[in-house]
Design a protein. Sequence first.
Length: 201
Amino acid sequence: MRNFSKYKFVVNKLHRFSRRRFRRDVVRLLSDSMKIKLILICIFINNSFLLSQDFRNTKWGMSFNYVQLLEKLTPIEITPEKITYNENIFEMDCTLFYEFYDSSLARAGYIFSEDYNNIKLYLGYYEKLKKILVSKYGKPTNEFARWGKSPNRFADWSFEDTKIHLILSDVFSVGFKLVYENPALTEKLKLRKEKIDKEKF
């Protein structure tokens, strides 16, 4: 009888130990599972954000202050409707700009400031940027090229909420820029500027 009681005591102890170990293993497994889920959720949110960006790290309609927070560069000029930065992309110096309508991001892009005596260098950089844009967005919706000595070129990409303009022009002086815009907000911004200009007369 004593041996049986001893046996029962040992079995119960092993049973309790196994239950504690089982619970510990379950907790550990659940913790690992939750960690994996959290990691996957973070990756999903991050990828969703990246895929939904309209220009650099921003989206149309973002507030003035939020765009400043996201942009890591130091501004060179700030006005109520515009923020500008010095930037260099693809080995070209440029002015990075963000334009706002009622503190909502409407338009952004790069104005390239390199000054080349050889027009072929402008054409080379234009074709380089165009190739990059085509690889990302497909063939342009509209395109124009005037051959000969004139460097006039443009290529447009049109989407539901975004229009992209790659422009090389020799009107007055050579101008080279890449502009992203939200059509609805940009139109409001344009009308406001026209109204302000009319009030000057």
